[in-house]
Design a binder for this molecule. Structure first.
Ligand SMILES: Cc1ncc(COP(=O)(O)O)c(C=O)c1O
Length: 349
């Protein structure tokens, strides 16, 4: 079952449509003016997510990009820098917001599949460099890693990074748009990730299936400041308990089922690898994203995506030799089987 004309829509896990039960929860939500802090459902969501991640406070934002950019704004002064890997969403896909809104510069390291090796950012840290060089204020770790192919960051690697950052006064933010997937795949409690970071952003609108919404968590004073910046950025919202209710419903009902998305993605990856050895290593498919390499096949990514589209399967040409396929709530076993038939046929053909 998938929305639209597609028999399998694997473009993104942001495509999900709210289920009937989620819509009912939204319709019944208690609401108030959230700019005045009077929306009880938003407060419940903020407290719930903060609690899950082991932080004192949370802030509901319309998007993951806003939650990330608020975190960058909190931790990095104009003229300072953020470090992250070269495929990170904060530097690749947020339209230069850190530079535009906050005067922040960035440096990146190259990480295979986006997997964190703490030695890389640690080697790049610049603190106490006086008036001659840019000071590092923040490191961002993306977990799971989107363009890396759904890679789960080991808690131990994040902990080792944090241990090196703390004494040097450098902060750590986790872009946890898909932290739920990391939690389900690794079995680590959400708070195990949360406790290693100064702030964490999580999205409700990706695999969890809510139509909108993210939450930024952190210390109470940091979140109070983020609340001011959210308003300044035009993100102060009013009776948005209807949206927060979708998020609460998603947390109650859609976390454990992420394991189904992961299993379907792994099943597809195994079939693709058999059809075209080397196009994907099924061992690297840890969550809901499959990155198919077209190197060694006769396909360019855009052509492969176009041929699949003609056969009812939508994917995304993610690079010069990569096609990204993402599993989610609206892709069931039958849709997965169809996607497998289509891609294995094309890869073999
Ligand atoms: C890793 C990651 N971080 C942040 C975001 C931003 O979320 P939004 O689209 O809600 O701004 C995305 C969106 O896909 C993402 O994949």
């Amino acid at each position: 079952m998938t929305a639209g004309p597609w028999r399998a829509d694997l473009l993104s896990d942001t495509l999900t449509r709210p289920s009937a039960a989620m819509r009912a929860a939204m319709a019944g939500a208690e609401v108030g003016d959230d700019v005045f802090g009077e929306d009880p459902t938003v407060r419940t969501l903020e407290e719930r997510v903060a609690g899950l991640l082991g932080h004192p406070a949370g802030l509901f934002t319309p998007t993951g990009s806003m939650a990330n950019q608020l975190a960058l704004r909190l931790h990095v002064k104009a003229g300072e820098e953020v470090l992250c890997d070269s495929l990170a969403h904060v530097v690749r896909a947020e339209m230069g917001a850190a530079a535009v809104f906050s005067g922040i510069t960035s440096r990146t390291w190259v990480a295979d599949r986006g997997l964190l090796d703490p030695a890389q950012p640690i080697a790049m840290l610049q603190t106490g460099v006086g008036p001659y060089q840019v000071c590092t204020a923040l490191v961002v770790v993306e977990n799971t890693h989107n363009f890396g192919g759904g890679t789960v960051q080991p808690v131990a690697a994040i902990r080792a990074l944090r241990a090196a950052l703390e004494p040097r006064g450098v902060r750590l933010h986790i872009d946890g748009a898909r932290l739920w997937n990391a939690h389900v795949a690794s079995g680590e409690p959400l708070a195990a990730y949360g406790m290693e970071a100064d702030t964490v952003s999580v999205c409700l609108s990706k695999g969890l299936g809510a139509p909108i919404g993210s939450v930024l968590v952190g210390a109470a004073d940091a979140i109070a400041e983020a609340r001011i910046w959210r308003k300044r950025y035009g993100g102060g919202m009013r009776q948005v308990g209807v949206l927060a209710a979708a998020g609460l419903h998603a947390i109650d009902h859609h976390i454990d089922r992420l394991a189904d998305d992961h299993a379907r993605a792994r099943r597809a990856a195994a079939a693709f690898a058999e059809a075209a050895p080397g196009c994907v290593d099924p061992q690297t498919v840890q969550t809901n994203i499959v990155m198919l390499s077209t190197s060694g096949t006769r396909w360019a990514p855009t052509e492969l995506v176009a041929a699949a589209a003609e056969r009812g399967v939508r994917g995304y040409a993610a690079g010069p030799a990569l096609v990204r396929l993402v599993w989610h709530l609206d892709v069931d076993d039958a849709a997965t089987s169809h996607a497998i038939d289509v891609f294995t046929g094309l890869l073999r053909g």
